[in-house]
Design a protein around this ligand. Structure first.
Ligand SMILES: Cc1cc2nc3c(=O)[nH]c(=O)nc-3n(C[C@H](O)[C@H](O)[C@H](O)COP(=O)(O)OP(=O)(O)OC[C@H]3O[C@@H](n4cnc5c(N)ncnc54)[C@H](O)[C@@H]3O)c2cc1C
Length: 71
């Protein structure tokens, strides 16, 4: 099966960029325990780990593209 795109990888990396910007905008409130942005940051960070880390998703795509290139 070909894997040239991973919706999970795309969504978790995109969400990470968004929440990282939110932390920057909210400054200390973005990393203070009990604040909404801080809670979201912790939740969003986990998206890049479970159900296959981003590194593993990239590895799968890379191997799939290499296999295709060898055909
Ligand atoms: C909030 C949360 C919820 C979870 N829920 C579940 C669940 O419901 N069910 C379940 O089964 N598991 C669950 N997990 C576990 C999760 O799926 C694993 O932790 C994740 O797949 C990583 O596996 P690992 O811990 O064995 O890390 P490892 O495989 O030991 O990897 C450690 C680090 O090394 C990197 N790495 C490993 N190999 C390579 C490589 N070849 N190239 C580059 N980098 C590499 C990884 O990207 C990672 O950053 C959950 C984890 C979290 C954080």
């Amino acid at each position: 099966m070909r894997h040239s795109f991973s919706p999970k990888l795309y969504a978790s990396e995109a969400t990470h960029g968004i929440i990282d910007s939110a932390v920057q905008i909210f400054r200390a409130m973005g990393i203070s325990k009990g604040e909404v942005v801080e809670r979201l940051y912790r939740h969003v960070r986990a998206l890049r780990i479970f159900d296959g880390t981003s590194e593993i998703h990239k590895l799968i795509i890379g191997r799939s593209l290499s296999a295709d290139a060898g055909k």
